[in-house]
Design a protein around this ligand. Sequence first.
Ligand code: GDD
Ligand code: MG
Length: 360
Amino acid sequence: MMSDPNPTDAVILVGGKGTRLRPLTLSAPKPMLPTAGLPFLTHLLARIEAAGVKHVVLGTSFKAEVFEDYFGDGSKMGLEIDYVFETEPLGTGGGIRNVLPKLRGDNVMVFNGDVLGGTDLNAILETHEKTDADVTLHLVRVGDPRAFGCVPTDEDGRVSAFLEKTQDPPTDQINAGCYVFKREIIEQIPEGRPVSVEREVFPNLLAEGKRVFGHVDSSYWRDMGTPEDFVRGSADLVRGIAPSPALEGPRGESLVHPGAGIAPGAVLIGGTVVGRGAEVGAGARLDGAILFDGAVVEAGAVVERSILGFGVRIGPRALVRDAVIGDGADIGARCELLRGARVWPGVTLPDGGVRFSTDV
Ligand code: GDD
Ligand code: MG
């Protein structure tokens, strides 16, 4: 048991279906996709552990068993991990309410399970204490706030509105997907039905005049929910642009795992990751590519800013750019897959079967 009489718990919401990352998320939940060689959630858990928070509750639903099979009781990471399963997804607010029986402290840090970040978690807790907030939201500034929760604050840092995915954002300050809640606020979330923390809980708290504060910083931050962001975030981890206490040693232009084979003359740049047992043929060029375990890129093929699922084969001189290739798919020689192409698991494309040009 913990010696701290009033520990802060961490809750991670990992129950989403990860639809924007299909077809990779047909077989694995988004927070478990390999990212710089580790299930994505490992990076977040390592940050939580490094901040001194030791009790973590995962709010699971979609493919729940995958998390427990991998992380178990958390002791290998120096954590104590509990799992709370939603038979029907309860939404972000319902997921937080659902873990209440497992919470031990007066304050609870809640995390979206798909955020790669470098923020100082203890600084957020300090803001929460200093402002005597009911809820504190970590906020970051982004170029296009429309895909996020837009969160304006007043000059004291007090949140004045919460506008989830608005087309007309009044500020570039957005919800970074990390909150500190007073436990009693979680007790007031309705039980046993789907609730959105963004569309229901936060707007209601503001209407009731509760003390909701923002903690703004400019640390590394990325939501990994789309293929573009997943590729960028993974490359940033490999190159050391994104921090992770789970990664050791120097970082560079590529990360090649044990058992992978790289033929002479292959070029690996842009934060490329080559998984265990993967193969890269002579003269192939990988730039910002992610090869899950057992993927094969044959001689002279080019893979740029793309994700190749487990056991994918890319044939000789094929071109794959800004694409997602599902597990076990077989892409024939000289095929071209560009600009958001998604190939479903197990699909076979014959040699020269898909082209974006008439060049040989
Ligand atoms: N337990 C549980 N149950 N978890 C869920 C559920 C559910 O029903 N639905 C979603 N989640 C989890 C997802 O697995 C993910 O880790 C997290 O909640 C957020 O869901 P996303 O689907 O990734 O939301 P988003 O990226 O569109 O928007 C959210 O994150 C943005 C920052 O990354 C919102 O919180 C935005 O306001 C925020 O700006
Ligand atoms: Mg997200």
